[in-house]
Design a protein around this ligand. Structure first.
Ligand SMILES: Cc1cc2nc3c(=O)[nH]c(=O)nc-3n(C[C@H](O)[C@H](O)[C@H](O)COP(=O)(O)OP(=O)(O)OC[C@H]3O[C@@H](n4cnc5c(N)ncnc54)[C@H](O)[C@@H]3O)c2cc1C
Length: 318
């Protein structure tokens, strides 16, 4: 049995952990946030909740479809529309369930990796991060967006030059809540023909969400988000809100209003390989940026990474 550190507990990191565990190895996941799922995110505020990152997921391949069926059986996922699935009661549900099977260190922002004669060590800006086990790892998986993987790979002197090929589009998301009986021109979701807004979803129409409030999530288009990503999100949120009013006919004052900036939202240019691995350092990297802008791509990339790392560890053990 070997020990692997996984940086990032989004779908890719969790899928890699699952695969390594199935091969009989130990893993420790380091996650900078308090929760799991990364961009499969859910914000709660009082009675209101919003999936402000990924909206739904689909399965093109048999492997991810099998996983979705397993989640459905466990009540963690439900169909929102034909072939479109959502976590239940929020988008994070599948990731939270996956994380239960693994050792996870949360609120741990990894800033560098260092190798000693015993193996790899994981550091935050204050020094070595306390984790269960002996704190040394035979391999490390970077399961974070490409721009965040790059400095970590550099700190480990890992030869993973393809990371630099990946490109992301940002997205500014707006969250709104209204009284349940508020009248609107959209039932579930719309992709409007609009210069600013690319997506509007009635979050409360998703299965398993509370129906005593009406909640909405709005996503700005990539080009517009790029212009406003460094500005105060309240200002861009107001601009989105004005367009939202015009598109949905909702004139009421919202009971809740918040905007969120996703700097690395959707992959615009993927690497085109399932995962990256440097055998000399035993450092690998995975995520949606390897295969495409979808939850399924993150899952497939994470699984491929877990398999590649397991094969390399088997060679060391042989
Ligand atoms: C606005 C938006 C809308 C989307 N809509 C859809 C959709 O409708 N359908 C769909 O299929 N996909 C959608 N996506 C894309 C989907 O969410 C992603 O493809 C997928 O969730 C990526 O998973 P991942 O594990 O590769 O990365 P992430 O989910 O980003 O996970 C990476 C994790 O690493 C952590 N992390 C980062 N740096 C560090 C560090 N230094 N130390 C420790 N932890 C770190 C992060 O906190 C995060 O939890 C959307 C994304 C966004 C943002």
């Amino acid at each position: 049995m070997r020990n692997v550190a996984i940086i990032g507990a989004g779908m890719a990191g969790l899928a890699a952990a699952e695969r390594l565990r199935a091969a009989g190895h130990q893993t420790v996941l380091f996650e900078k946030s308090r929760g799991f799922g990364g961009r499969m995110a859910n914000r709660r505020s009082g009675d209101f909740q919003f999936d402000h990152g990924a909206q739904y997921f689909t399965a093109r391949g048999a492997e991810f479809f099998r996983k979705i069926t397993e989640w459905q059986t466990q009540g963690l996922v439900a169909e929102w529309g034909p072939g479109s699935y959502v976590g239940r009661p929020g988008m994070t549900a599948p990731a939270r369930a996956m994380a239960k099977n693994h050792t996870c260190v949360t609120e741990a922002l990894v800033t560098r990796l260092e190798r000693s004669e015993h193996g790899w060590h994981v550091f935050d800006e204050n020094g070595s991060i306390n984790a269960p086990g002996n704190g040394t790892y035979d391999g490390v998986i970077l399961a974070v967006p490409a721009p965040q993987a790059e400095p970590l790979a550099r700190s480990a002197k890992a030869a993973l030059p393809q990371i630099a090929q990946a490109r992301y589009a940002p997205c500014i998301a707006l969250m709104l809540a209204y009284e349940p009986e508020t009248r609107a021109s959209a039932d579930h979701w719309m992709r409007p023909d609009d210069s600013i807004i690319g997506w509007i979803a009635r979050n409360s129409s998703k299965p398993g969400r509370p129906h005593d409030t009406q909640t909405w999530v709005v996503h700005a288009r990539a080009d517009w988000s790029r212009q406003f990503i460094d500005q105060d999100p309240r200002v861009s949120g107001e601009a989105l809100h004005a367009h939202f009013r015009a598109l949905t006919g909702i004139d009421a004052e919202p009971l809740y209003f918040a905007a969120h900036r996703w700097r690395y939202a959707l992959v615009e240019q993927e690497v085109g390989m399932p995962c990256l691995f440097d055998e000399a350092t035993m450092i690998g990297a995975c995520g949606d940026w390897c295969l495409g802008a979808r939850v399924e791509a993150a899952f497939d990339s994470g699984r491929a990474m877990g398999e590649t790392m397991a094969e390399a560890l088997a060679e060391i053990l042989a």
